[in-house]
Design a protein. Structure first.
Length: 216
């Protein structure tokens, strides 16, 4: 049966987080198509991955028989995370924009799973795995907006997930999520509502399409 690797990184719980709400909708739709399937879930805010250390990094380019005890211990978590990625038939990531980039917890996960000669390099081990990223943000950084040049979430994840890990990447982008809470953005509330509605529709649609693709 199909396996979904679901990663959330928002610091806010439940419906307080736009990215979590949309990934939950995607996962629910996925479950309807794969009721007997497996979901590997990681909440990086509740259980952060350790930031990369010299031992964890150097262990990745050292023969296992030559690793020091410190390297072996540090690499153990990386090994688990890498195996989860390799085992997944599809990947779902909640990636809210914090200070124009991804949460540091998500960056730590990426630093752990990127391993040259295995998940990265000439033949990445998870190459071709479909991945959907819910890239929520409080404002809008779309082409033509005043802050277009501050968009470092999609650009970064394109380079890492598609360009390096070789995943078959797609995005869902709920934007203007601060509009209901910021009086200065009150005129943008209708655009926020339309973006939120579209994000939930995309989540359901993309989950269904992936299910059909994997069943084919």
């Amino acid at each position: 049966m199909a396996t979904l690797l679901h990663i959330d990184s928002s610091v806010f719980p439940g419906e307080a987080s736009s990215s979590r709400a949309v990934t939950a909708a995607f996962r629910e739709a996925w479950r309807k198509h794969h009721p007997q399937g497996t979901v590997i879930y990681r909440d990086l805010a509740a259980s952060p991955v350790a930031h990369i250390t010299a031992d964890a990094w150097s262990a990745g380019c050292t023969d296992p028989f030559d690793r020091t005890p410190e390297q072996s211990a540090a690499f153990a978590e990386r090994q688990t995370l890498i195996e989860e990625l390799e085992r997944a038939d599809a990947v779902l990531i909640g990636a809210p924009m914090y200070n124009y980039s991804v949460p540091s917890t998500l960056k730590a996960w990426l630093d752990s799973v990127l391993l040259m000669g295995r998940t990265a390099g000439a033949a990445p081990s998870a190459q071709g795995t479909p991945a959907v990223v819910v890239a929520s943000r409080g404002g809008s950084y779309a082409a033509g907006t005043p802050r277009e040049g501050f968009e470092f979430v999609q650009n970064y994840l394109e380079a890492v997930l598609r360009g390096t890990l070789g995943l078959d990447l797609d995005f869902i982008v709920p934007e203007l999520t601060m509009a209901p809470r910021n009086p200065a953005m009150s005129e943008l509330v209708p655009l926020y509502e339309a973006s939120r509605k579209r994000a939930f529709e995309d989540a359901t649609t993309k989950a269904g399409r992936l299910a059909e693709r994997l069943a084919a």
